[in-house]
Unconditional design. Structure first.
Lengths: 200, 200
DNA sequence: CGTCCAGGTTAACGACCGCTAACCTCCCTG
DNA sequence: CAGGGAGGTTAGCGGTCGTTAACCTGGACG
């Protein structure tokens, strides 16, 4: 595995800070000067790295959707142990993402409409593929679920897992592992209940 | 029950449209002219009804939080049949809200930071009380849950229930009743799983 | 050693937007 | 029927913000 150990490039640095600021105050709520200040350069200096403010948001959202989809596909391909294990792996991957990249999770479903048409279509397509990936696996585990119901259930579980930004600052949590385990249990419980399994 | 049958006042009309627009494009993304146009008057005419754009957002968010809390308290007081029934009533009430006022649900956790300090504190306090209401009931139903865990679980279930805006346009759903029932099952399943009950 | 480019800087322009000012016009009421 | 307030209108001010222009600078390299 080619884990990157390099120092982050300036571009990456900018993207990280932009994501944080966008998540905190909304796309229209932060100015380019603030983003620049966050990385130690000032305002227009950003234009040496990005075509404009929109381009930063686009790269962030496309990146997120792409990463989620790629990671999901990888887990589906690699997991061994049947559909149950695949679903657990998907849940685990999504939770890792939701816990480690909370600003991105926030942006992901909040600022999509600020994109140019072409970018928005691309992101939507990636998101849709990711959802379909889950729907297939979920229906394999719970054959009782119709496709529309499974899709609704998947969206709802995403809502559950993406609630991490509301769980208080990272320090206030009972500990990352504990939180991850809780979210995992709840997600599986929600799916099981969606399929009508007894929950008591 | 004093159901209101009056025609909506202009103020209410403005608030409804403002909520829809804020949810669609974000607080900073819509101008006062657009809000005016949505109710058939133009731009500055709004200032006969509100002190400013901020005041509209404040009234919306305070209103939402207040309604949720009031409705929750009422359900806790009125429900008969023990803690299980109370929890079911809370879930039902929240789902009604999430399905009927989707723009407000969106605003509720998206634009809080755009408020003046005093308003934000008020909204946060109302939200906290609402959460605590749920936490108490949940811990009554599932005594195995510690308080922090119960609180995390409640936030996560809110995320699940508030996912309704992502479920596609109101027409594309399998039908309101079916969707409500699905969300209800999933919420209860998630709580049960949080408490460690067997989900299979 | 000269030169060139990557990556900064500050100044400033143009557009937009929230809000106020000034004015108009019904309609209700004494 | 006079008058006044509720609820509109348009014009325009002032500030903010994204973006561009013009300029500077240090280091890589032929």
């Amino acid at each position: 595995m080619a884990t990157r150990t390099d120092a982050p490039t300036r571009r990456e640095q900018i993207l990280r800070e932009a994501a944080r600021l966008f998540a905190e105050r909304g796309f229209h709520g932060v100015g380019v000067d603030e983003i620049g200040a966050a990385v130690g350069i000032s305002g227009p200096g950003l234009y040496r790295h990005f075509a404009g403010k929109d381009a930063m948001l686009a790269e962030l959202l496309v990146g997120i959707s792409g990463q989620l989809l790629t990671g999901g596909k990888r887990r589906v391909a690699e997991a061994d142990g049947g559909a149950e294990a695949v679903l657990d792996s998907l849940v685990e991957g999504h939770i890792d993402f939701a816990l480690d990249d909370r600003p991105l999770i926030t942006l992901h479903d909040r600022e999509l409409d600020r994109l140019r048409d072409s970018d928005r279509k691309l992101v939507r397509q990636l998101q849709r593929q990711y959802v379909e990936l889950w729907v297939e696996v979920v229906r394999e585990v719970y054959p009782a679920l119709t496709e529309p119901t499974a899709r609704s259930a998947v969206h709802s579980v995403f809502g559950l897992l993406n609630s991490t930004p509301h769980l208080g600052r990272p320090g206030a949590l009972p500990g990352r592992g504990v939180t991850a385990a809780l979210l995992h249990r709840m997600a599986r419980g929600a799916f099981a209940a969606a399929a009508g399994d007894a929950v008591l």
